[in-house]
Write a protein of this length. Structure first.
Length: 243
C-alpha cells in the first residue's frame, strides 16, 4: 500500500515542477518587464512562493533579471542546460515513458516515443545506451483501451466545457455539464476529475464508464478553487475509485 505522505510529496513535487515550467513560459512570452504581483496573480500563487520560484529558476541558470520597481524580464538566448541524469533518474524517466506508451491512447503513445528519442539524442553515448537498454519495462494494461482519452485531453488543455453522459458503478445514468480538469491512471482504468457545474464541486468519473462526450462550444476560465491542483490539495490521498 502506498504511503499517503509519500504520495502527497510526489504530487507536490510534480505540481511544483509543472509550475516552474509555466513560469518560464510566462516570462518568455513577455517583451517588457512584469511585476512580481502580476506574475503571482497570473500563476495563482502568493508573492512569497513567486519569489522562491524565481530564485530557484535563477539558481538553475535561467537568465531572469529583476529590477526593483520595474519587474522581471527574461534575457534573450535562454536554452535548457544539457541533460545529465544519475542512474535512478534515468531509470525513472525510461519507466515513465514506457508506462505512457502502453497505458494511453495512440497519440500520447507516439508522443512518449518521440520524447524518448529526443532525450536519447540529447545525452552522452554512454547515457543513451543505458536509457535505451533500461532494465525497466511496462506491461500492457486495459487502461489503454479507455474511450475518449484524446478528446478529454484536448478538452483539458483548451479549457472546454463538455456534456458528459456517464453510467455510475451502481448502474445509474447521468448527464453532467462539466469542466474536465485532470486524468489519473490506475492499474486498469483512467479516472477523469471534473468540476461539475450542477453540483458546484469536484467529481471523479471512470473513463471506461463514460458513454458519450459532447462539446458545448463554451470555454471556462482558470479559476482558483476549481483547478485540478485544488482538488488534489483538498482530497489528498483519499480513494477516488468510488464514483
Amino acid at each position: 500500500m502506498l504511503n499517503p505522505v509519500s504520495v502527497r510529496k510526489r504530487q507536490w513535487r510534480s505540481m511544483r515542477l509543472f509550475r516552474l515550467f509555466q513560469l518560464l513560459d510566462e516570462l518568455r512570452l513577455r517583451r517588457t518587464p512584469v511585476t512580481a504581483c502580476e506574475l503571482a496573480r497570473e500563476m495563482g500563487v502568493s508573492l512569497r512562493t513567486l519569489y522562491r520560484d524565481i530564485a530557484d529558476l535563477q539558481a538553475m541558470g535561467a537568465p531572469i533579471r529583476g529590477e526593483g520597481g520595474v519587474g522581471y524580464v527574461m534575457e534573450p538566448g535562454y536554452f535548457m542546460p544539457s541533460l545529465r541524469f544519475d542512474e535512478d533518474e534515468l531509470s525513472a524517466v525510461a519507466l515513465g515513458l514506457r508506462l505512457v506508451a502502453v497505458r494511453t491512447d495512440a497519440r500520447m503513445s507516439e508522443a512518449a516515443r518521440r520524447a524518448a528519442a529526443k532525450i536519447a539524442s540529447a545525452v552522452s553515448d554512454e547515457t543513451r545506451r543505458a536509457f535505451l537498454d533500461s532494465s525497466f519495462e511496462a506491461g500492457p494494461s486495459d487502461a489503454a483501451k479507455a474511450p475518449h482519452l484524446e478528446t478529454l485531453r484536448t478538452a483539458i488543455r483548451r479549457r472546454m466545457v463538455l456534456e458528459i453522459s456517464y453510467m455510475s458503478l451502481a448502474e445509474k445514468p447521468s448527464t453532467r455539464r462539466a469542466r474536465p480538469l485532470g486524468l489519473t491512471v490506475f492499474d486498469t482504468v483512467w479516472l477523469l476529475t471534473i468540476w461539475c457545474e450542477r453540483a458546484r464541486d469536484f467529481r471523479h468519473l471512470r473513463v471506461d464508464r463514460i458513454d458519450d462526450v459532447r462539446e458545448t462550444g463554451e470555454h471556462h476560465r482558470d479559476e482558483r478553487g476549481k483547478r485540478f491542483a485544488d482538488c488534489l490539495t483538498r482530497e489528498g490521498n483519499r480513494s477516488l475509485m468510488g464514483n
